[in-house]
Design a protein around this ligand. Structure first.
Ligand code: ATP
Ligand code: MG
Length: 298
């Protein structure tokens, strides 16, 4: 961080020096023009020209500096997000590997375990392996999704039954309701659509207290299908609402830092909505929580 501050200070000093030097040259040229000529009309034309050209150059220098500084901050933010991602992925990979290893070793070393204990340990191992599998699949999907767009298998998909299927397989920690209208049918690829709603449901369950309601519902529209998922969780502050769709982005507060995640879920969601020529909006649920609203073509 010290180094990056130093680079910025040098950059600002250089830009200030260039602009001051420029103004100084402008001043010199104009006083030379005045010394060499006594024709007032000519001097005034020259001064206007010098001032005009000088202003254009200064504007160009300032614009250049603005773009350099903007991309510099983008790079810094990306590096920070990638570091967070690497840390959370390492953590998320290590935890299931370590716990399934522990369960397997316990089963191997102890021969006094009854059938029930063995079954519980095996179930835990399978659960951990599923977590690993989900994580690896999510990372693979993110790295291939741009090329996969052209191989989409488009067919009519009933969103009501697709969401029913996702709810059936979801953990039973929340009250999940499906209030979608039956006529919610779109042309899309069900593989990606499942991943889209699965990620939104994962978030709703992760960032809302156990036992609260998560609701899928649709809104009437003649031209498009509007589909929403609401939760009663911690909510997303206004200034973070557009940022949460960026790759690796996680809101940095105590509540989310305590939960596990890579910051890839909503990035994937946004990509899949765009693959289906749709739009996604993040809104507040009242009195608390979040609503993700998706607009798709009929
Ligand atoms: P994962 O890659 O495992 O999904 P993640 O859940 O942290 O990790 P995203 O799904 O991309 O990543 O979400 C980005 C951030 O947006 C989250 O870290 C969280 O801070 C915030 N967020 C997303 N959904 C919700 C929600 N329903 N309620 C509150 N905050 C949310
Ligand atoms: Mg998520």
């Amino acid at each position: 961080m010290k180094n990056t501050n130093k680079t910025l200070i040098i950059f600002y000093l250089l830009i200030t020096y260039v602009i001051l030097q420029f103004l100084w040259w402008g001043y010199h040229i104009s006083s030379l023009t005045e010394q060499l000529n006594d024709n007032e009309a000519y001097i005034s034309r020259r001064l206007t020209m010098i001032a005009g050209e000088g202003t254009v150059f200064i504007i160009i220098i300032c614009l250049g500096a603005f773009y350099v500084i903007r991309s510099y901050y983008k790079e810094i933010n990306l590096a920070k997000k990638e570091k967070n991602f690497a840390l959370s992925v390492t953590h998320e990979l290590k935890t299931p590997i370590a716990s399934s290893k522990l369960f397997a070793e316990t089963m191997l070393q102890r021969n006094d375990l009854d059938q029930q204990q063995i079954t519980t340990s095996l179930e835990k191992i399978i659960h951990e392996q599923n977590r690993l599998n989900d994580l690896v699949e999510k990372i693979l999907l993110v790295s291939t999704i741009d090329e996969m767009t052209k191989d989409m298998q488009i067919k009519p998909v009933s969103l009501q039954s697709l969401i029913n299927q996702i709810i059936t397989n979801a953990p039973k920690s929340h009250i999940i309701s499906n209030d979608l209208l039956e006529n919610c049918v779109i042309s899309g690829d069900d593989f990606y659509l499942i991943s889209l709603f699965q990620n939104l449901l994962d978030n709703a369950q992760k960032y809302a207290p156990k036992g609260s309601e998560v609701r899928f519902f649709s809104k009437e529209s003649t031209t498009k299908i509007i589909l929403c998922i609401s939760d009663e969780g911690i909510g997303i502050p206004d200034k973070e609402k557009s940022k949460v769709f960026e790759r690796f982005y996680r809101i940095e507060d105590e509540e989310t830092r305590n939960s596990k995640g890579t910051g890839l879920g909503l990035f994937l969601v946004d990509k899949i909505v765009k693959m289906h020529s749709g739009k996604i909006f993040c809104k507040d649920n009242l009195p608390k929580g979040t609503i993700f609203e998706i607009h798709l073509k009929k």
